[in-house]
Design a protein around this ligand. Structure first.
Ligand SMILES: Nc1ncnc2c1ncn2[C@@H]1O[C@H](COP(=O)(O)OP(=O)(O)OP(=O)(O)O)[C@@H](O)[C@H]1O
Ligand SMILES: Cc1cn([C@H]2C[C@H](O)[C@@H](COP(=O)(O)O)O2)c(=O)[nH]c1=O
Length: 250
């Protein structure tokens, strides 16, 4: 469930595509525009998170999927209060990484989803993509972080799994933004993500203002010089966005 009135933005994509770079730049740009932003990442920088981050050789398949999910539930303890403070939480890797990497590891997609459907759902998943050979070159220049990135042709395989994860999340009603970072400078990638976040934030604010109007109409009939019907659509908005906390539409 999306907590509070902040935004949870997940920066996703194959290893070496530029997620960490984008997360840092997006957070800095948001702050420079006077918006409250918090950068975070998964696995988290906790004992549990480090077990996953540094344990990709030791832990595989279902065990890794559960380890990552446990870390994600714990991460909620940091994310939820930030959302309640109205902050924009920018997270380097989140649910799509599990759908891509754990499925790549042979775990059933539905099992990964089962582990993840009760964590705080992102308001926006940014799928940073790139041509596999371009990503491969970035990885070679920077160095691999994990066994997923060390295998020959890993970028090709990862790109396919992330594309599948995006499709899956869209079907579940998640909002997914695709950004191709193949031949685009990191600053430009970050600016396009920030533009999408700012638009989404405005949508949320307009939606909240609309809801406040509906509440005013309900509590003070005629206060806006009109009768005070609660339209089906308005009632639906409240239930859909905040009721069961399901993912917001694409
Ligand atoms: N848009 C870009 N254009 C060119 N190079 C980039 C771009 N974005 C990032 N890079 C470079 O590519 C390399 C990988 O970037 P980064 O570490 O941000 O990727 P990542 O997706 O977070 O990787 P990982 O999943 O392995 O942590 C770094 O050397 C970074 O400077
Ligand atoms: C969130 C998440 C992470 N992982 C793995 C993938 C990598 O080996 C590390 C993260 O390190 P990086 O520097 O960001 O590449 O954790 C995973 O397997 N599944 C996940 O959901």
């Amino acid at each position: 469930m999306t907590a509070g009135r902040g935004l949870l933005v997940a920066i996703e994509g194959p290893g070496g595509v530029g997620k960490s770079t984008a997360t840092a730049l997006v957070t800095r740009l948001l702050k420079s525009e006077g918006l409250p932003a918090l950068a975070t990442r998964e696995p988290t920088d906790t004992d549990l998170g480090n077990l996953a981050r540094h344990g990709t050789d030791e832990y595989q398949g279902e065990a890794m999927a559960c380890l990552i999910a446990a870390d994600r539930f714990m991460h909620g303890e940091e994310i939820r209060p930030a959302l309640e403070r109205g902050e924009i939480v920018v997270c380097d890797r989140y649910i799509a990484s599990s759908l891509a990497l754990q499925c790549m590891d042979g775990v059933d997609q539905e099992f990964v989803w089962l582990l993840n459907e009760r964590v705080i759902q992102p308001d926006l998943t940014v799928m940073v993509s790139g041509q596999p050979d371009v990503i491969e070159a970035r990885l070679a220049a920077r160095g691999a972080h994990s066994r997923y990135e060390r295998a020959d042709g890993s970028s090709h395989v990862e790109c396919a799994y992330f594309a599948e994860a995006a499709k899956f999340l869209r079907k579940k009603g998640h909002r997914v933004l695709g950004v191709d970072a193949s031949h685009v400078p990191a600053e430009e990638v970050a600016r396009s993500i920030v533009a999408a976040i700012v638009r989404l934030r405005k949508d949320h604010q307009n939606h909240d203002a609309g809801r406040a109007d509906v509440q005013l109409e309900q509590s003070v009939p005629g206060a806006r010089g009109e009768a005070a019907p609660v339209s089906g659509a308005a009632a639906g908005v409240g239930a859909g966005a905040d009721g069961d906390g399901a993912q917001r539409g694409v």
